[in-house]
Design a protein around this ligand. Structure first.
Ligand code: NAD
Length: 356
C-alpha cells in the first residue's frame, strides 16, 4: 500500500491510501481517523452491486453505523435534483456534524457526495473511495465538488476536502477498456505536466500491471499542486492542460465524447500547436501523440478551430477578454500562458494541422 498525505495551506491534511484489498479494510482504516460514528455511504447502480457489501461489512465490523443511498449510474446524477435527494437521505439518517458521508464510486458519485457533505449542516466530513481510474488519479483528490446545471457542467459546487481517500486498485478490474482509457488520459496529462517516469509507463511500460504506481504518481503530482494552490489561483491552472479544447469538444459532441477522450484530443491539439510554434521539440510532440494512441485514445479532432474557439469564448472560465492555456515545453514541463480569447482560434488551428 502507498500512503500520501495532502496538506493544504489552510492546515487541512488528509491521507490518500492506494493499494489492493483496501475495500475490505475500509473500517479499520477509517477507525484510525475517527471514533465510531454514523456513515452514509453513497454509491451508484453499477458500483453498489459489485462493491458496496464488502465496504459496509468492513465498516460495521469496525463499529460504524452504516446507511446507504444508491443513485443512478451516469452523469445525469450530478444534478440539483439528485443532490436534493442525497441531502434528504442525510437528514433521514439523522447525520450530525460528527458523522460522515462516504463516496464509493467514480467521479460522479465523488463530486455529488462531496458537494452534499460540504453544504449539509454547513459542512460535514466526507471520505472518498474512488472506483474508476479517472477518479483515482484525478477527481477524488483536491477537494473540488460540483453538480451540473442546465446551463453547463460543474456550475454549482464548492471546495470541500475529504478526511481521507481510500483507493482500492482491485476496483479497476471491472472497468471497461473505454473507462480505463478515460483515466489514462488524465494520468498521461500528469506525466506531461511534471512526471516523466509516469509518462514512461504509458509510453513503453505495462500500465495494466502498474495501477498502484500510476495512481500513486498521479496523486503525488496533483497533491503537490493542490497543496501550493488549493483554489486555482496560480499553478493549479496547469491541471487544465488540454481542457479548453476538451470542454468545447464535449459540448460540440453533446457529451457523446467522454471527458478523458476529449482531454486526449485537447492535449494533442496544444501539443501540435506548441511544436509548430517552436516551444516543444518535434520529437517530444511525436512521443506524446504516440503515447496517447498507445492507450487507445484519440488524437484527431472532429471539429474545426472556429467551432471550438466559439464555444471556448462562451465558457464560464473565459468571462474576461483573456484566456489561460497550458502549453507543453517538454515531457514533464508545461507553461501557463494567458492570451486574448481572439487568439485562441489560431492556436487551435495550429494544433489541428499535421506537423509530421
Ligand atoms: P463515473 O463516475 O460516471 O463512472 C464512469 C462509469 O463507470 C459509470 O457508469 C460508473 O457507474 C462506472 N463504474 C465506476 N466504477 C466502476 C467499477 N469499479 N467497475 C465497473 N463500473 C464502474 O465517471 P468518472 O469517469 O469516474 O468521472 C467523471 C466525473 O468526474 C465527471 O462528472 C467529471 O466532471 C468529474 N471530475 C471531477 C474532478 C474533480 O476534481 N472533482 C476531476 C475530474 C473529473
Amino acid at each position: 500500500m502507498n500512503t500520501q498525505i495532502l496538506t493544504t495551506p489552510d492546515g487541512e491534511s488528509y491521507p490518500i491510501m492506494i493499494g489492493s484489498g483496501l475495500m475490505n479494510q475500509a473500517g479499520e482504516k477509517l477507525s484510525e481517523l475517527t471514533a465510531p460514528c454514523r456513515v452514509m455511504l453513497i454509491s451508484d447502480t453499477n458500483v453498489a452491486p459489485l462493491y458496496m457489501e464488502r465496504v459496509v461489512k468492513s465498516l460495521e465490523a469496525a463499529g460504524f453505523t452504516v446507511s446507504t443511498h444508491v443513485v443512478n449510474a451516469g452523469e445525469e446524477s450530478k444534478s440539483v435534483r439528485v443532490l436534493g435527494e442525497v441531502l434528504e437521505a442525510f437528514a433521514e439518517a439523522h447525520l450530525t456534524r460528527t458523522d460522515l458521508a462516504l463516496a464509493l464510486g467514480g467521479g460522479v458519485v465523488g463530486d455529488l457526495t462531496g458537494f452534499a457533505a460540504g453544504c449539509y449542516l454547513r459542512g460535514i466530513r466526507f471520505m472518498q473511495m474512488p472506483t474508476t481510474l479517472l477518479s483515482a488519479v484525478d477527481a477524488s483528490v483536491g477537494g473540488k465538488t460540483a453538480v451540473n446545471l442546465q446551463h453547463g457542467k460543474n456550475l454549482a459546487g464548492l471546495f470541500h476536502q475529504p478526511i481521507a481517500v481510500i483507493c482500492d486498485t482491485d476496483a479497476l478490474d471491472t472497468l471497461t477498456p473505454h473507462e480505463l482509457a478515460d483515466g489514462a488520459a488524465e494520468a498521461i496529462k500528469s506525466g506531461i505536466l511534471g512526471d516523466e517516469a509516469l509518462f514512461a509507463i504509458y509510453e513503453s511500460g505495462t500500465p495494466s500491471e502498474s495501477a498502484e504506481e500510476i495512481i500513486s504518481r498521479a496523486v503525488a503530482y496533483k497533491a503537490n499542486i493542490v497543496t501550493q494552490d488549493p483554489k486555482e489561483q496560480g499553478v493549479r491552472k496547469l491541471l487544465n492542460l488540454g481542457h479548453t479544447a476538451a470542454h468545447a469538444i464535449e459540448i460540440l459532441s453533446d457529451f457523446g465524447i467522454s471527458h478523458g477522450h476529449a482531454v486526449a484530443v485537447g492535449m494533442a491539439i496544444v501539443t501540435r500547436a506548441a511544436a509548430k510554434r517552436g516551444l516543444l521539440s518535434q520529437d517530444a510532440c511525436d512521443r506524446i501523440l504516440c503515447t496517447l494512441e498507445r492507450s487507445s485514445l484519440p488524437v484527431a479532432c472532429p471539429y474545426t478551430a472556429a467551432q471550438m474557439a466559439k464555444i471556448a469564448a462562451l465558457d464560464k472560465k473565459a468571462a474576461a477578454k483573456d484566456i489561460t492555456v497550458i502549453l507543453p515545453e517538454a515531457i514533464g514541463r508545461c507553461r501557463i500562458e494567458k492570451m486574448p480569447i481572439a487568439s485562441l482560434e489560431a492556436l487551435f488551428a495550429d494544433g489541428l494541422e499535421e506537423t509530421a
